[in-house]
Structure formats: C-alpha cells, structure tokens
Design a binder for this molecule. Structure first.
Ligand code: AMP
Length: 551
C-alpha cells in the first residue's frame, strides 16, 4: 500500500496539483480507491463527507482523461446542486495543470447557458440526475463516449427518488465504462444498482468513525426487572423510532421481548445463538430491507451486525463489561446521524451503570418513563391529527352522506362527530392498553435503604427538555402551497425531485404531499422552509414552472 502520493502512478500534472494543495499523504479512502480505479476496476466506496472521498474519485477520473478530445469522458452524478458545485471546484483544483474542462448542470437554472457550455465541448460533466436527463433528451449531452461514471452520495440520490433517472443515465453510457459508487450507507437499493451496473466491483468499506458523544444521546430508566418489557413497550410508543436494536441477556428474554413488541404493532424478531446461519441471515435480510424495524438479540448473536440507519439501541439489561456497552451503542449514531441509547436499569444494576459512566467518561442521565397519561395524550393527539388529515384531504364523500343522514334524523353535527371519534378510539385502543409499570420508589429497597433512586434528573411526569425538543423537531412541519395539481399530471415524485434538486432539501425529510386538482400542499420541516422559499426562480415540475408559498 502506498503511503505517499508520489508512490501512486498519477499524472505529473495531478501530482503537482496535490503538492499545490499541500497534501502529504492519501487519506484511507484515497489509499484504497485510487489504485483500484487506476487499474480500471469498478468500485463501491463507503465513505462520508470529510474523508477525502472527492479526491479519491476525482484524481483517477482526471488521470484517465484525453483532455480536449471534444467528447464527454467523465460523468459525476450528485444529489444536489451544492454537491455538484463542490465536486466541480475539486475537479478544477486537481485538474488545474491538466487544463481539463468541466461543465456543471443542475435544475432551477435556465437551460441556455448550460447548453452553450456543453456545445463548446467539455471533458467532464457534473450534475444532478433530472437536469442531466433533460439535456440528454434535448440532444445536447452525448454520453456515448463516457469512460467513468461516478455516483456521489448515491444513498442520498436514491432516497430522493432518483433511481430511475440514474438507471437511464447509466444505460446511456457505454457498457465498457468504469463505475465508482460513493455512499455513506449501502442500503439494498444501492446493492441492486451495483449488481446491475457494475462488473465484479471491489467494495471498500472505510472503518466507521467512532460515534462521538454528541451523536448519541445516552439515558436510562430505572424500573423493576419484572417491568422491563412493559417499560420497553411504553418507550416504543413514545420514541420516534425508525429502526432499533434491543439487547437482552438470554435467549428466552429475546424471544419474550420480540413477542411483546410484535403484539403491540412493532414488528420485531429475535436473533440468538441457537439459530442456524440460514435463519440468522433471513432475519438480518428482513431487517436490512426494512420489513422488520426491530431486532432483539444477545451480544453473541449481534456480533458482526453491521447496519447503518439504526436510530435507537435499547439495553434491556446492562452488560457487565463497560466495553460491551460502547460496542452496543456504537451501532447507532452512525454516518453523521444522531442516535439514542436507552438503558433499562433495575435497582440492582445501578453499580453497573456507574461503572459504564466512568468508562465512557459521560453521565447517562435517568429519565422518568412516559406515564400512562403521556401516552393517552399522544394517542388522542394522533387521533386528532388523523382527523385533520382527512379534513384537509376532504374526500370523505361516503361518510358525509352518512352524517347527512344522521343530521336529518335530528342529531347535532358536533354530537355526531363526537360519537364517531369515540367509535374510532374504541376500535384502536383496547388492543393496546398502556402496560402497567410499578414505580421503583413504591417499594422499599432491599436491605431497608431509604436512598431515593439515583439520578432522577427530571421530575416524574415532566418530559425531559431534550426529549421534548426531539419530538417537537419531528412535528415541526410547515405546510407549503404549490400551484400545481392533478390537472397538471403532477406526481409526488416530481415534487420531491424538484424540491430536492432545486431547493436543497433532502427528499427523505419531505412530509405529507396532498395533491388537489389545481394546487398541492406539501409539509416540510420548519428548518428548511426559508431555504425552499429563498429560491429566486419557480420550481420546474413535470415541464411546468411552479411557485411555492406558505399555505
Ligand atoms: P471530501 O471528503 O472529499 O469532502 O474532502 C474533505 C476535505 O479534505 C477537503 O477540504 C479536501 O481538500 C481535503 N483533503 C482531501 N484529500 C486530502 C489529503 N490527502 N490530505 C489532506 N487533505 C485532504
């Protein structure tokens, strides 16, 4: 393995640019990818921003150019305009002495200047998928001579719904071209793209950056051992869980926890040492594919489990060894995301908790469990929210006829609505009563100790500030109004793509999309509203210019 750039067989003009930048040694991703790409191999590089990934693909791409040949030889796809511009800047920097030409294209800008630049000829094109396709369809972008295709932040592009566009672009390039897919995570959709469009790719997984303290929120709940499953079901109802790992000590426990969660509507399966390799693989595949959102495992069974996107790690039991705690919770808060590590601590586990806190040099604060009243209030709010959605959709024609019938019989409209809500509540709730949990304080501690439970930082029943912020952030959506609707053949994918590509908002954070005949309401997180509304031009959607305003 080379330890300096000069050991890499890169063009002297590139070596010069590297020296200009003052880089002394390649970063790990560069060390792994550059030699492979120079050999002509297809690669998958699992790396995040800040690892030097841009130079890892840009240097070999530039090295292989026949500068000035008058055909596009390098194509880089990016999810956003910002990243397209960033990659272009890097190509200009590294290619400064080669005089390689790069054109950047992205949506939300007039076509004219981009078409003019392409017509003048370029060696490399960097752009967002939608605009690249438009330019190809207009006959100004010919991908027939492309030697290297790079997908940068491939997972982000897929989460924005660009998969069809990416495939169209890949199919427009010669089958002999080299491909480099860069991605922070490797979800199934990416692996499928690799199978379809890469030849014998080499996968380079960079070691995960150790999750830092501020990426993981640690906390604990003090509960009796026999109430731990009940406590878990409460937490599952109160937490914004996308996918979770639950650690328990024994195989019986993993089965019992998985069953209790599944019964409450959180599809969970257990993973334990007694399973055949085949059964284990099957469960892991279902988890990776998102069919399962919870895995309940022992430490041994979870060994080698390498999955990103886990939002929560639960310790049904605390491990004896503090290092095991670090290993467990390191499964969340990866790839630049935040994660939550929640431990259920029985009174007799408190000394383990202290040992772990000393080991990680961080406090793991205690929090009250969500109370039955908290959960009831959430359920009521969820019911009201669902009613609100239908009120906004306004498509309850059959139900309106029923109401008209009841009103004609002499009932008050409000009384009918109240009775309907009662029926709706009855239909959902009896199946999921809030599991009772005995407060720890209610029992005298063994040995007659009068000490209060340690580290109950917040008053019981009062949600912790951080929790509240977390939830508020999730619910803090603002509705925008778009002057396009069914009448214009609009589809959610057009909206997500255009907002993502032109408004710089990640597709996955876009919420409810309610398409009406002539307008559409879209919910976006409040933190993105200014950015979306600040765009000077209307948003192109399905061949129309669409204006976006607050609803
Ligand atoms: P990236 O992960 O591609 O966004 O790069 C992150 C930063 O690392 C950029 O500012 C690069 O200029 C810088 N960089 C890339 N490669 C090296 C290197 N080998 N040595 C020092 N800095 C680098």
């Amino acid at each position: 393995m080379p330890t300096s750039f000069t050991a890499l067989p890169l063009h002297p003009a590139l070596q010069q640019a590297i020296a200009d930048q003052g880089y002394t040694a390649p970063t790990p991703i560069q060390e792994a990818l550059i030699p492979l790409l120079l050999e002509g191999r297809d690669v998958v590089g699992r790396a995040q921003t800040g690892t030097g990934k841009t130079a890892a693909f840009a240097l070999p791409l530039l090295h292989q150019l026949n500068v000035g040949a008058g055909v596009v030889q390098g194509l880089v796809l990016t999810p956003t305009r910002e990243l397209a511009l960033q990659v272009t800047r890097a190509l200009h920097t590294y290619g400064a002495h080669l005089r390689a030409r790069t054109v950047t294209v992205y949506g939300g800008q007039p076509y004219g200047p981009q078409i003019k630049q392409l017509r003048r000829g370029t060696d490399v094109v960097v752009g967002t998928p939608g605009r690249l396709i438009d330019l190809m369809e207009r006959g100004v972008l010919d991908l027939g001579h492309v030697q290297t295709v790079v997908l940068d932040e491939a997972d982000e592009m897929l989460s924005m719904g660009f998969v069809d566009d990416i495939e169209t672009l890949l199919q427009a390039t010669p089958s002999t071209r080299q491909t480099a897919f860069l991605s922070a995570t490797l979800p199934k959709a990416i692996r499928q793209l690799c199978t379809r469009y890469q030849q014998d790719p080499v996968v380079c997984e960079m070691k995960h950056v150790q999750a830092t303290a501020d990426q993981i929120e640690h906390r604990h709940h003090l509960v009796h051992q026999h109430d731990k499953i009940a406590a878990l079901t409460r937490l599952f109802e109160a937490e914004p869980i996308e996918s979770a790992l639950v650690f328990a000590h024994t195989r019986d426990r993993t089965d019992a926890v998985a069953l209790a969660l599944t019964e409450r509507g959180y599809p969970a399966e257990s993973l334990h040492g007694g399973m055949s390799q085949q059964a284990r693989e099957r469960v892991l595949r279902r988890f990776r594919d998102g069919q399962l959102s919870v895995l309940v495992g022992t430490d041994v069974a979870a060994r080698g489990l390498d999955i990103d996107d886990i939002t929560h790690v639960f310790n049904h039991d605390l491990p004896r060894d503090p290092e095991v705690y670090v290993h467990r919770v390191g499964r969340t808060g990866r790839a630049g995301r935040t994660g939550t590590a929640i431990s259920l601590v029985a009174p007799h586990d408190k000394s383990r908790l202290r040992r772990i806190e000393r080991f990680i040099k961080q406090s793991i604060p205690g929090r009250p469990l969500p109370t039955a009243e908290d959960l009831e209030a959430r359920r009521t709010q969820a019911l009201v929210d669902r009613v609100g959605v239908w009120l906004r959709r306004g498509r309850c024609t059959a139900e309106r006829t029923l109401i008209d019938g009841l009103v004609a019989e002499g009932h008050d409209v409000a009384a009918v609505a109240a009775a309907a809500l009662k029926v709706a509540r009855e239909a959902t709730e009896p199946k999921q009563p809030v599991a009772p949990v005995q407060p720890v304080e209610a029992r005298p501690a063994r040995g007659g100790g009068k000490r209060p439970p340690a580290r109950r930082a917040s008053a019981p029943g009062r949600p912790d500030r951080r929790d509240r912020n977390h939830r508020d952030r999730d619910h803090d959506m603002v509705t925008l109004k778009l002057n396009t609707g069914h009448a214009h053949g609009i589809h959610p994918k057009h909206i997500v793509r255009s907002l993502a590509e032109n408004g710089g908002i990640p597709g996955r954070v876009i919420g409810r999309i309610d398409i009406q005949q002539h307008h559409t309401h879209v919910d976006v997180p409040a933190s993105y509203v200014d950015r979306v509304l600040a765009q000077p031009k209307p948003y192109p959607m399905n061949a129309r210019q669409v204006t976006v305003d607050r609803a």
